[in-house]
Every structure is written in C-alpha cells, then in structure tokens.
Design a protein around this ligand. Structure first.
Ligand code: PLP
Length: 802
C-alpha cells in the first residue's frame, strides 16, 4: 500500500514527497484505494448481465454523498493497512481524510437518502445503478458574516475527483424544443417523429460504490452536459470570441449548479431542463444496454426496475413511452404495460406547494412530443375514471394530469402516480397521510398502489465510520454480529442496566463531545464545557422544522436563569447548524436570530455559563459526522404532519442521543422502537394541528395563556438581542402572534415542559445513560438495509442475496 500510494503521488500527480501537501496525499491514497475496487467492480457489472439478473436503477436529482475515502477504506477493511502505510510515510491519515471535499450534490434528507440507498444496495449485493447529474457546483457554501448567511459557490471538483471515471465515449443526445412530425407508418398507422431544435450531449462519469466488506460494487453514473459543437469557428474568426462560445455555455449550464432548494419548486426553465436531461440520458442508457443483452423491450419490466426519487424524474413516464412508441414502434397498450411495470415512485412531501407542476406552454415549447403523450395518457386515464364514476366532475378535476385551476399546469405527481405500479411514502405516518390527503382520490381509484417504505440510514457511515469509539465498545461487549446484522444491536438491552457498561458508554460520549467542543472553539471561538448537556438541532433551516420554537425556549430558559441564578440549573449547550435556501428570507432571519441570541447569552456573566448557544456554519455530511456522535439530545420538533420521515432523527438516536420530538414522520416509529420511557414526546398531533388550522388559529391565544412565552417574544420584539436594530424581528414576532401557520406558539408550553423533563432525567446520570443505551440498542430496524430489502421484495421484485 505504501508503495502504491507513492507511485500514485509520483506518476499520477507528478509530485515529490517533499512537495506533497495533505490534499496530494489524499489524491494519491484515494487513487491507490480505487485501484483495489476496480476489478471487483468490473466483475460485478459483467456478471449482472451474464446471469440475466434484474437491475435496479435509482433515478435521483440529488446524491448527498459526502466523503468517500473513509467509507471505501472501511468497507474494504483496509483502514489499518492505509493508516500504517501513511504513517510510514510520515503522514497522518486523519488529515488525509479531512482533505477530501464533500460531494454535496444534494440539499438535505432526500439527497442523503439516495446516498444511503446506494451504499445499502451494494452492501446487499443487489445489482444497481444510481443515475443523477454531475453538478460542477453542489450545494452552496454557507458563510456567516455578522450573523447573516451568505452563499458562496462550492467547488468540489477544483482539484479533480479521484473516484470518478470519465466516460467520454458514453454520451447520449438530449433534445429540446422543435416540432413533431406525423408520418405514415408501414401498416398505415401514423408514426411520430420528434425533431428537436436543440441538442445537448449527456456525458457519463462513473463512480464505483462499494458495499460493506467489499462484497459487491455498483455504479453511480452522473451525467455532465456538453455542447455538440464546442466552438463556432466562423464567429470566432470574425472576432466574436464570446459569441463563439455562447451556445456551449448555454448547453453546459444544465449541469452547472444544484438548485439550492429542497422544499419548493423553482419555476425555472433550467430546472425542467435538468430534470429531462438526466432522465432521458439515463433511460437511453439503460434501454441501449437492455436491447443489446435481451433483444427487445417487451421484457423490460422483468429485467429493469426504475425507482423515481420524488417527482424530479417523473418525465421518465412520458420519455419511456416516447421511446417505446416512436423509436421502437411498440403499440400503445403494450408500451403502457412496459412503462407501468418498470417504474415506481417515492413521494417525499405532503406540502401541496412543493408538489411539482409545470406550465403547459413551457412543456409544449420544450418537450412538444412529451406533452402530446401526456395528453393521451390523461385522456385514457380520465375515460377510465368517468366510466367507473360517471358524472363525478370534481373527481375528474382532482385526478387529472393537468391542473386547470392555476393556468394549466402538468401535475408531475399525478403523472408519476399513473405511470407507476407502486407509489410509496417514507414513514408509516406519511404514507397514511398520502392516502388521506394529496393522493386521496388516486388511492380510491388505484387501491393498493400506495405502500409504505420507512426510510433508513447506512449504519456503516452513521455508526461505524463516524463513531469508532462506540463501535469498538459495542463490538467488545456483544461481539461483531451487529456489523452485518443491525438487529443484533438488541443484545445491548440487558447491558443498559450494567453499571460498568454505562460508564464505558458515557466515556465514549464524553470523548466525542470533547472532539466537538474543540471544533466549536476552532470554528466559532466559543468555549463549551463537554460536561454540559449537548442539545443538537441540525438540519435545513425551515419554518416547519421549527428552529424558531427551540430559539424561543432558549430565550425563555435564559430569562428563568437570570431570574433565579442560584437554582440548580443543568448546564446546557444549544447547538444549531443548517443552511437556508438562498431565497428563503424568513429562514435566513432565523439564522440571524440564532446568532443574536448566542451573542447576548454567551456574553452574559450572570448566567455563569449555564447556557451556551452555538451556530456551526456550513452544515454538511462531514460536519454531521462530528456533531452526531457527540449529541446528548436530538431536536426533532417539526409541526406534526409536515416532516415526511426525517433521517437525522435516526442517525442521532442510533448514536445514543435522546430525542425530544413531536409525533411526526419517523419519530412515531422511533417512539415505538425505543419505548415511551426513552424519548420525550410533546406537542399537538397531526389531527390536532389540522383542527387548529381549520379553527382560524391565532398565536395570541397561546401567548395570552403563557406569561413565559409572552416575555420571550417581547424581549425579541423589543430588541434585547438586537439593540443596534431593535425592529429586526418585529415582523417575525408579529407573524407568531397572528396566524402562526407552523403552530410554534401552540406547542411552546408543551415543549417547555418536555425540556424540563429532559433536565430532570439528565440530573440522574444513571437513568440518562440507561435510556441512551436503549436508544442505540433499539435502532437496528432503521438501517437502510432493512428499507432496501423491503423495496427489493415488495416493489422491485429482485432477490436480496445479502
Ligand atoms: C441526514 C442529513 C440531513 C437530513 O436531516 P433531517 O434532520 O432528516 O432533516 C440533511 N443534511 C445532511 C448533511 C444530513 O446528513
């Protein structure tokens, strides 16, 4: 290994040992590790075809991967070998690992889910491809200046990406615009030919995805946009040097940037182009492969399972139909059977405003043939509906693929629904609500199509790699079985009552907290005591995730401490981290509020360091990997009915944090698994939230009932935390007093009480440790291996070799 790394440094990077910096050692090490992956990878890809196995294709606009060096070393069992090799060279493996930039090709949970799923597919030896976009710039880098978020482009490819293989020979033409010609087919039926006005090339870049113990390797194939002609020579020669490049710039813009939003559709043409670009490239790719191996396309559903990660790739339904009808002359009914049999769709949101729709005129201009096909699908669909439910025009309007009420838009959720054989939600509660709300009518028309697949997380990354201390302790205590079978963690249950084990468990947590304290000091200059309760709220900043509720409680607690400084308070550090979408002003104001509160609280000597508030900038996978093993308390406090699942909640509970949370998303199932005594549940239920909203809820009702809340709001509104701009939060507080859509005020009292229960438990360390251990012991079910096994058996119908 040492020689391999040195050879890479010398011959691939052209660097001497003396001149090499950490980043060079990272590149050389990654290339040396990659060499070991290549042969098994090529073998696994070949055998998937020679054995005729069905393949899974995971279509996702986002893959939030993070770093790969430690994951690959760990999954291949070569961590020690590499550490030793580097140390012989006088290089620290930790620094090398830290030099890898995060591949942040996603916004949050949805993109991270895709990354965990890719890892689990490989770990379970299920042949699979991930298909997405190779963005030049992933999620923006968050820099905090004077407490405000600023966005800077992130440049993960700046120094090259050692994991990927460029495949310039694998390029598909993607059309946009133009016209549809109707020709006479051989048997007299008309044939349609789409003549696009513009063409863009999709070029493949492959990253091998290595499963646990190196048993299997799959491919993540990301597409990069290229112009067919890099330069217009005539224009260049005329002296128009910029104009000569303009077409290229326009084409390549498609894979330039990840849209920094995971919760609302961006009404942008470029976004629709991105969606069609990767969907079409991926379909052409898998169809070419299928035809080469199996001849025709009738057998597609037997050999291919396409999973759509949300509606972003929903245009696949129309594109697959177009390819089957126009390019392969398949009759309509047969093409529809093949399409539905191949595709399934995962829904990620109940928010009506976050369900994608595209204006019909835009679709007609950009994808004219697809629009025709969508009309035909819709006509057949509506005819079936009106035959079954004659005269029910409300139902027709609700289930139509075209929304006529907001200026004619294509409903991508309905398109994905009718084109799929299965539609799934991502937690039990979410799937249930899907049937009752957004897809209520669809569920009546297609009973049994909606199913639940509760999300999971890859335990290799979120336990073994990020928390080696806990992993070693668990292995020494119950043996290594849990590394391959997460359910085996239940063997920890009896140890929760064992004093010796509890203190070892506490020691591991303490060491992780010291590491986080050092990072906090480095990043923010704030000193925190690792003995304090680390209360962690890390996720995208969004009103429904209610960082504001946590901040109000922070202010209320601060007020109480100042009122009674001598009471036996439990020292606490409130840790926030997360990005706000660049255009989401209120979320950015919440970040500013967190900083304003932190500044005031942290400097106040009267509270004697009993409370510290920290905002760690630039939340990403690598930061999460440091915060999560050090957390005592996990904040999962969304308005009930609004978080589809959450996966941060799973990562934290697995690492022995206690959850304070609402009955929302997968919190409901975590509550079931860890037991009611080992989680702090508070707040309104989904039904109660719906009832309040119907009743014309006003925040003032709760504020009148809680002097503590009134005081906290008053101090924010009056500028206690923003003396230089006392009215900064006037509008925010006004919103809470009036309609308070996310019911922050309504849940405040219940949340405040739950936090006092947290303190009371924390004051009895034995009880706290016992509950923390039982969290880790009972979280095995939330492995993404379990989730993927369910998809494989119930949706894709592929064997799970294990
Ligand atoms: C897990 C994860 C998320 C999702 O967190 P939620 O709490 O479920 O919203 C978002 N971002 C990163 C970097 C993650 O690792």
């Amino acid at each position: 290994m040492r020689d391999a790394i040195l050879r890479k440094l010398t011959y691939d990077l052209g660097k001497s040992r003396a001149a090499a910096v950490d980043r060079d050692w990272f590149m050389a090490t990654a290339l040396a590790v990659r060499d070991r992956v290549v042969e098994p990878w090529l073998n696994d890809m070949r055998s998937a075809y020679t054995t005729g196995q069905k393949q899974v294709y995971y279509f996702s606009l986002e893959f939030l991967i993070g770093r790969l060096l430690r994951e690959n070393m760990s999954n291949f069992g070569m961590v020690e070998e590499v550490r030793a090799a580097l140390s012989e060279l006088g290089v620290d493996v930790a620094k090398v690992i830290d030099s890898e930039p995060d591949a942040a090709l996603g916004n949050g949970g949805l993109g991270r889910l895709a990354a965990c799923f890719m890892e689990s597919l490989a770990s379970l030896s299920i042949p699979a491809f991930g298909y997405g976009i190779r963005y030049d710039h992933g999620l923006f880098k968050q820099i905090i200046r004077h407490g405000w978020q600023e966005e800077f482009p992130e440049d993960w490819l700046q120094f090259g990406n050692p994991w990927e293989f460029a495949r310039p020979e694998i390029a598909h033409s993607i059309g946009f615009g133009g016209t549809v010609e109707e020709l006479d087919g051989e048997d007299g039926t008309p044939r349609h030919v789409w003549k696009p006005a513009d063409l863009v090339l999709a070029v493949a870049y492959d990253t091998p995805i290595l499963g646990w113990r190196g048993k299997h390797v799959n491919t993540l194939r990301l597409w990069s946009a290229r112009a067919p002609d890099p330069l217009r020579i005539d224009a260049f020669n005329r002296g128009d040097h910029i104009g000569a490049l303009s077409e290229r710039m326009r084409a390549e813009a498609i894979s330039r940037l990840l849209y920094p939003s995971d919760d609302s559709p961006e009404g942008l043409e470029l976004r629709l182009k991105q969606e069609f670009f990767f969907s079409s490239a991926a379909l052409q790719d898998l169809i070419r492969r299928h035809v080469r191996v199996y001849g025709g396309l009738e057998s597609l559903p037997d050999k291919v399972a396409i999973q759509l990660n949300d509606t972003h790739p929903a245009i696949v339904v129309a594109e697959l139909m177009r390819i089957l009808l126009d390019d392969h002359a398949m009759p309509w009914a047969e093409a529809w059977r093949v399409t539905q049999g191949t595709i399934s769709y995962t829904n990620h949101t109940l928010l009506p405003e976050a369900l994608e729709t595209w204006p019909v005129p835009l679709m007609e201009r950009l994808l004219p043939r697809h629009m025709q096909i969508i009309y035909i699908i819709n006509a057949a669909h509506l005819e079936a509906v009106s035959t079954a439910h004659p005269g029910n025009f409300d139902l027709l309007g609700a289930v139509s693929l075209i929304d006529e009420s907001h200026g004619r838009r294509v409903r991508m959720g309905n398109l994905a629904f009718v084109g799929s054989h299965k539609v799934n939600g991502v937690s039990a509660l979410h799937s249930d609500l899907l049937k009752k709300t957004v897809f209520r009518d669809m569920n009546t028309l297609f009973p049994g199509r909606i199913t639940n697949k509760t999300n999971g997380i890859a335990f290799r990354r979120w336990l073994q790699q990020c928390n080696p201390g806990l992993t070693a302790l668990v292995r020494d205590s119950i043996g290594p079985e849990f590394l391959d079978r997460p359910d085996a963690l239940t063997a920890l249950r009896p140890l929760a009552a064992d004093g010796g084990f509890r203190s070892s468990f506490a020691q591991v947590k303490r060491a992780n907290k010291e590491a986080l304290a050092a990072l906090i000091r480095r990043e923010t200059g704030i000193r925190v005591d690792p003995a304090a309760l680390f209360d962690v709220h890390i996720k995208r900043i969004h009103e429904y995730k209610r960082q504001l509720l946590n901040l109000l409680e922070t202010v209320a607690l601060y007020n109480e401490i100042r009122a009674q400084p001598q009471k036996d308070w439990q020292p606490r550090v409130k840790i926030f981290s997360g990005k706000a979408a660049a255009s989401y002003h209120r979320a950015k104001l919440i970040i500013k509020l967190a900083h304003d509160i932190a500044r005031t609280v942290n400097r106040d000597p009267t509270q004697r360091d009993l409370l510290k508030v920290v905002f760690l900038p630039n939340y990403n996978v690598s930061l999460a990997e440091v915060i999560i093993p050090a957390a005592d308390l996990s904040e999962q406090i969304s308005t009930a009915g609004m978080e589809a699942s959450g996966t941060g909640n799973m990562k934290l509970a697995l690492n022995g944090a206690m959850t304070i949370g609402t009955m929302d998303g997968a919190n409901v199932e975590i509550h079931e698994h860890v037991g009611a005594e080992n989680i702090f549940i508070f707040g309104l239920t989904t039904e109660e939230v719906a009832a309040r909203r119907l009743d014309g809820w006003r925040g003032q009702y709760s504020i009148d009932a809680s002097p503590r809340l009134a005081q906290a709001l008053e101090s924010i509104a009056s500028g206690v935390f923003s003396a230089e701009d006392p009215h900064r939060y006037g509008e925010l507080v006004h919103m809470l007093r009036e309609h308070d859509h996310f019911l922050v005020t309504a849940d405040f009292a219940s949340y405040f009480d739950a936090q006092r229960q947290v303190e009371s438990r924390w004051s009895k360390p034995d009880e706290w440790q016992q509950s923390a251990i039982l969290n880790t012991a009972n979280m095995g079910w939330f492995s993404s291996d379990r989730t993927i096994t369910e998809y494989a058996q119930e949706i894709w119908r592929v064997p799970v070799p294990g």
